[in-house]
Design a protein around this ligand. Sequence first.
Ligand code: PGA
Length: 242
Amino acid sequence: MRTVVVDDYAALSQAAADAIAATVRRKPDALLLLATGDTPMGAYRELGERYRRGELDTAQVRIAQLDAYAGIAEGDHRSLYGWMVSAFAEPLDIPEERTIRLDGRLPPAIACRDYDASVAAGGGFDLAVLGLGPNGHLGFNEPPIERDAPTRLVPLTPASLRSNARYWGGEDNVPREALTCGLASMLEAREILLVVSGAHKREILRETLAPMPSADVPASWLQSAAGEVVVLADRDALPSLP
Ligand code: PGA
């Protein structure tokens, strides 16, 4: 696991965009697992601009959704699929045929089975772009969690209900359950990029990087990932390298 610290959110967004673009250059049909949330948005905007300037070829890029609220209707403004599409797929012209959806409209067991089958048929994730939850979650792999957690339906913890409240105008508007790509399959990605910004993530990032992985800090399992892991943080999140 490699830790990279940059000055601020702007530099973090540039560096994350560089890393994603490098994967796509190396493997034009890369399958990218994409977090929503606030942290990666600067990188996605930057990639959209590079694409518009003709600096990035996305003609074969494939993307997969990381997590989905359960029990919301098609077209609901809280759809995390919709968020991924508007933040990444549309600006980079990636059509639905090259998108693996974790479909919250289906019965959960079927949605999870279809998703895992599509990921396996697609050769697995080349790059997982992940954010760090204030409770250490990756996707909605909520603590406590074991390394082999599968893709599944999970109740959101109070910490995630609180932290997601800012996206949807209050905690009462946050769905109570979600589907998430399992920790086990994201840890199989050939590369993982964890993006972390802000002083409010400082303590949980310190716990993520602490020597032993722990079920209480899902992101600490990144230390046992199969592929290359880069933790990209700004100085507010990681004032001094561990
Ligand atoms: P954030 O979310 O990028 O909006 O901080 C991270 C997360 O909760 O997974």
